[in-house]
Design a protein around this ligand. Structure first.
Ligand code: AMP
Length: 543
């Protein structure tokens, strides 16, 4: 027998409608690409998103399944574009400007993008790329008439003109909640990037999940700033979890350096923010240089995307009085999979033990199921020591990639193999040991490159560290630690190894430390181990 409850499809524009109707005066503050700060309310964002939706239908021909790309910073216009396009069954494909041109061309053609919404910043880039994008009909430039550039882009339309043409009272259509609405490609460190296709249902459920108390605990009392770009892994749900909670939004726009982030944190009276560790490193460096600066409103910082060094987490808690939540996830998971929020059991632990747990990537919220297995698929125990392949299941986790690529990551029971290696402890805290391909295999045992890096970053004078396994005649691989010094710091190999001493097993100690000016990063801000291994391919350990 079926229940007798209403059918209420989980469509993302209902999220914006809720924000507009019940939190209509709540603000979306943005740093505009043109420069000045810009303020708008949810009520207005909703009307403009509806206007855009109707104009996108009429002028751009957006219909069910039409793929529309955006290459844009986090601003109110990008938010309107997401809701406007998704609300008429279009699919928003977010493009990461940090990808190489060949990768961009590949994914735009692979996804079948029909129109590209671009910020002013990227107009020159698309002028170069457009000959290789034959199926793109034209470009919407996300600015007003006063700032419209002279451009060779075909069929260039001014965003504000398009919104002005539309009907702000346009009625959203109703359709199946499983309809696709968003697309984001994985970073593709091996082979071509693969497309992840989100649905209305998965985005709404994931937004609700992220707002939960034991996740990001987002409420209408919050002012949330996604520093994580909307082009990276669905902006960690914040474009949905913020409005559905009625939280004010603070959108940092194109400037992501320490000083600019600080300015938006204070100007926006931000209570919760989220980004990758490198962003927080830049902010903390800015704060260190300007000791008079404080963060009185900032209640919590969500850090994820790559392992967060202890020094970064402790600086927020101990120096600035903000709580930190370490989160793990992937593009394929919409992206949040776990968060290191405290449990009731943790209250009984000593502060050091609590920190040990907080530094891990944490526990899955409802709607993420998680297990670790050996290579044969046998489930491994939650003892905090045994590491295995991390596999996940849930309604906001990909069931396959776009066009059926990468099928080997999905098994017959519906588990997705994350490609990460992890432990899970008796408190249910998951700890990423490494990407399966980055783990250092020494004498048949595994060394976690992440652990070595995190501890090394705690050494005074070290700005950033990366550990890679390099071939070794006896041990198969041994760790090399690559280090960037803080500007003006005097650090030696002996200092770094001395700092690691006693904090890791003896056989984990790096065989050498190489100092470099810069460590290469991927388009999503992670250390590019692939590039680093290529850079050090001729390196030989001192005998
Ligand atoms: P992306 O799809 O670009 O978000 O990348 C996902 C991958 O980033 C994961 O599979 C992990 O390897 C890594 N990752 C994300 N968050 C963390 C974290 N908190 N600690 C360690 N690795 C992480």
């Amino acid at each position: 027998m079926l229940g007798l409850m209403q059918d209420f499809p989980l469509l993302v524009h209902r999220v914006l409608d809720h924000a507009a109707r019940w939190h209509g005066d709540t603000e979306v503050l943005s740093r505009s690409v043109e420069g000045p700060l810009h303020r708008i309310t949810y009520r207005e964002v909703n009307r403009r998103a509806r206007a855009l939706a109707s104009a996108a239908r009429a002028r751009l021909g957006v219909a069910s399944g039409t793929v529309i790309a955006t290459m844009a910073w986090n601003t109110w216009r990008h938010l309107e574009t997401w809701y406007g396009i998704m609300g008429v069954q279009g699919i928003v494909h977010t493009l990461n400007p940090r990808l190489f041109n060949e990768q961009l061309t590949y994914i735009i053609n692979h996804a079948g993008d029909q129109w590209i919404f671009t910020d002013l910043t990227f107009v020159p880039l698309f002028e170069k790329l457009q000959p290789d994008l034959p199926q793109v009909k034209g470009f919407v430039i996300m600015t007003d008439a006063a700032h419209m550039p002279t451009t060779t882009l075909r069929n260039a339309i001014c965003y504000e003109d398009l919104v002005a043409e539309g009907d702000p009272d346009f009625a959203w259509p109703d359709f199946d909640e499983n309809t696709a609405c968003g697309m984001c490609y994985t970073s593709g460190t091996t082979g071509h990037p693969k497309g992840v296709l989100y649905s209305h249902r998965s985005n709404v459920l994931h937004g609700l999940m992220c707002a939960l108390c034991d996740a990001m605990a987002i409420s209408s009392r919050d002012r949330i700033m996604p520093v994580v770009p909307m082009f990276h892994a669905n902006a960690w749900s914040i474009a949905f979890s913020g409005p559905l909670s009625g939280a004010a939004m603070v959108m940092p726009g194109p400037k992501l350096d320490g000083a600019s982030i600080y300015e938006m944190l204070t100007e926006g009276r931000v209570t919760i923010t989220a980004a990758v560790p490198t962003v927080w490193l830049m902010l903390l460096q800015h704060l260190e240089k300007n000791p008079e600066l404080k963060l009185p409103d900032l209640d919590r910082v969500v850090i994820g995307g790559s392992a967060c060094p202890e020094a970064v987490m402790k600086a927020f808690v101990e120096t600035y009085g903000s709580d930190v939540v370490h989160a793990w996830g992937m593009t394929e998971m919409s992206p949040i999979g776990s968060l290191s929020t405290a449990t009731a059991r943790m209250a009984a632990l000593a502060p050091d033990e609590r920190w040990t747990l907080k530094l891990k990537q944490g526990r899955p919220p409802f709607m993420v199921d998680m297990k670790i297995t050996d290579d044969e698929g046998k489930t491994l125990p939650h003892d905090g020591k045994t590491f295995g392949r991390l596999k996940v299941k849930g309604p906001a986790i990909a069931s396959s990639y776009f066009k059926g690529e990468g099928a080997s990551a999905f098994d017959a029971e519906g588990w997705f193999d994350t490609g990460d290696v992890a432990t899970i402890d008796e408190h249910g805290f998951m700890n990423i040991t490494d990407r399966a391909k980055d783990v250092i295999k020494s004498g048949g045992e595994w060394i976690s490159s992440i652990d070595l890096e995190n501890i090394a970053v705690g050494c005074p004078g070290v700005l950033e560290a990366a550990a890679i396994g390099l071939p070794h005649p006896k041990w198969d691989e041994r760790p090399l630690l690559v280090v960037v010094k803080k500007p003006g710091a005097e650090v030696t190999k002996k200092d770094v190894l001395g700092h690691l001493q006693g904090k890791v097993a003896k056989w984990w100690m790096p065989d050498d430390v190489a100092f470099v000016g810069e460590i290469p990063h991927t388009a999503t801000g992670k250390i590019s181990k692939l590039t680093l291994r290529a850079q050090f391919k001729d390196y030989r350990f001192p005998s």
